[in-house]
Design a protein around this ligand. Structure first.
Ligand SMILES: Cc1cc2nc3c(=O)[nH]c(=O)nc-3n(C[C@H](O)[C@H](O)[C@H](O)COP(=O)(O)OP(=O)(O)OC[C@H]3O[C@@H](n4cnc5c(N)ncnc54)[C@H](O)[C@@H]3O)c2cc1C
Length: 459
């Protein structure tokens, strides 16, 4: 079976960890002829060569100045031309890169190849020349081959044996794959970064307290009058904005009073509705379904899609989309030059209990104690993605950019570092109490009360 595995060297210089899982998945398939496909600078060749030592693995690097500055649509275009030359039965991608963070390339590439796509794969349950069956974060799914799958962090990439030899990696330019340079790189990218700046939103003044003062802090939080949710609406508004389901309404209303709701459907049907109805803007929720479907629609319509926006702005003509970049330390302001302008956005508030106890990766060893603490305060359990990703909490509990947005009276964050992707989901909480042994953990910048301790010291 011919398998193409898409891999990227991320800004740290390492192999994207999700792509390492994609490669390990391919290596576990009997009789697989694997070709690594990467787009990047010529320096990436060294990384690919090392990976060819892992088995029946060859490498192709797309390297050309024309490819530089590509967004997901332009990346998908170049990868699809190369993948067509390789003619695989199956393409395996990582769910997302850890620097670009969009989780769009797999779906875009599949659409440009005309392949069905299964995203968020947890395991491959059956595979033969006709089809593939997988367990995914959305349930059991099947597709006929050729197909493309994107995988979660589900395994560890093996190490090469000492005797293994490096194979030559082929470098292809834009001309080698017959690419139209107008559709490549920065030129071919509909989404453009207008500016970027340090992320300051949601910051609070933290009062540090002792572990035995937690009760008092919770009581003070419950006694506080809730403040109205602050969302700044634009003065000049956009017309003709569509939202996919009601979920993005709160965000949509910050830029428009002219909103039409469309329901979840297949990507092809939604693309058809958009072609017929010609909205100027389409906003999607940030749930798993949208993160799979919106990129397919963007590839069909050849329009830009900004992933995981935390805020929107308009001058009445254009939509400006704000999203975290570089692990959330920076916020990028993005404009899409094609129509409709599309984005997946932070979704509406969910109803939650008065007290919410959100657990992070730091308390995985003491999760039973977290549950006891939640019981004590009659708190609803929540989780960071760090904890969900390692299987300690269900996705339904995930708070943040790609989880739910909550606004309890009291939010206790235990063992959560405070990445902006988490903060955007809880910054509307009345009182935030953070428990973390690291004084420098960013979560304290977003908390009203801070307890510098391990969770074990609280109970
Ligand atoms: C596109 C994208 C979307 C994302 N969406 C989300 C999202 O929706 N929600 C989300 O949460 N994240 C999201 N993330 C991930 C986010 O960037 C962080 O990686 C994640 O929030 C980290 O989880 P964590 O804080 O639990 O783990 P870590 O960052 O590993 O932090 C663990 C913390 O626990 C502390 N600790 C250690 N031991 C103890 C102990 N005994 N008691 C108490 N504390 C302890 C440590 O000091 C550390 O600060 C997203 C990332 C990307 C790229």
């Amino acid at each position: 079976m011919k398998i193409v595995v898409c891999v990227k060297q991320v800004t740290s210089g390492e192999l994207n960890p999700f792509d390492a899982c994609a490669l390990e998945c391919a290596l576990q398939i009997p009789d697989a002829e694997i070709t690594l496909l990467s787009m990047g600078r010529t320096g990436v060749k060294g990384m690919l060569e090392q990976l060819t030592r892992l088995g029946n693995v060859n490498g192709v690097l797309l390297s050309d100045l024309a490819f530089a500055g590509a967004d997901t649509l332009a990346t998908g275009y170049a990868l699809s031309l190369a993948a067509k030359k390789l003619d695989p039965d199956l393409i395996i991608c990582g769910r997302q890169t850890v620097d670009g963070d969009t989780a769009q390339t797999g779906s875009v590439l599949a659409t440009m190849m005309g392949f069905p796509v299964i995203t968020n794969v947890m395991s491959i349950d059956a595979l033969d020349e006709k089809g593939i069956a997988c367990k995914t974060r959305l349930g059991d799914e099947k597709a006929d081959l050729p197909a493309l799958i994107t995988v979660e962090r589900i395994n560890d990439l093996r190490r090469p044996s000492i005797r293994s030899k490096v194979k030559e990696v082929v470098v292809w330019t834009a001309d080698d794959i017959g690419a139209d340079k107008e559709k490549c790189g920065l030129k071919g990218s509909p989404t453009k970064v207008v500016k970027s700046f340090e992320n300051e939103s949601g910051k609070r003044k933290c009062k540090f307290i002792a572990p035995n003062e937690l009760d008092d802090a919770v009581k003070a939080g419950l006694a506080k009058e809730p403040e109205a949710i602050k969302i700044e609406a634009a003065t000049e508004k956009l017309k003709n904005v569509w939202i996919v389901t009601e979920a993005p309404r709160l965000m949509a209303e910050t830029v428009s009073d002219d909103i039409k709701v469309i329901e979840k459907d297949t990507a092809e049907n939604i693309a058809k509705q958009i072609q017929d109805g010609k909205p100027d803007v389409v906003l999607w929720p940030s749930d798993i379904w949208s993160r799979r479907t919106a990129p397919i629609v963007s590839a069909i319509l050849e329009t830009g899609l900004c992933a995981d926006c935390t805020a929107l702005e308009t001058d009445g003509k254009d939509l400006f989309m704000y999203r975290p970049a570089f692990s959330g330390n920076v916020i990028a302001k993005i404009r899409c030059v094609t129509r409709p302008q599309m984005a997946t956005v932070r979704t509406t508030l969910n109803d939650v209990a008065e007290v919410m106890l959100a657990a992070g990766k730091g308390v995985r060893e003491s999760y039973d104690k977290v549950e006891k603490l939640a019981e004590k305060y009659h708190a609803e359990l929540a989780a960071s993605r760090g904890l969900v990703d390692i299987g300690f909490a269900p996705y339904e509990q995930q708070v943040g950019l790609t989880g739910k947005t909550v606004s309890p009276k009291v939010y206790i964050a235990a063992g959560i570092s405070g990445a902006v992707h988490h903060i955007v989901g809880m910054q509307q909480a009345g009182t935030v109490i953070a428990i973390n042994p690291e004084r420098e953990a960013p979560i304290f910048e977003y908390a009203d009360y801070g307890i510098i301790a391990n969770i074990e010291d609280i109970i």
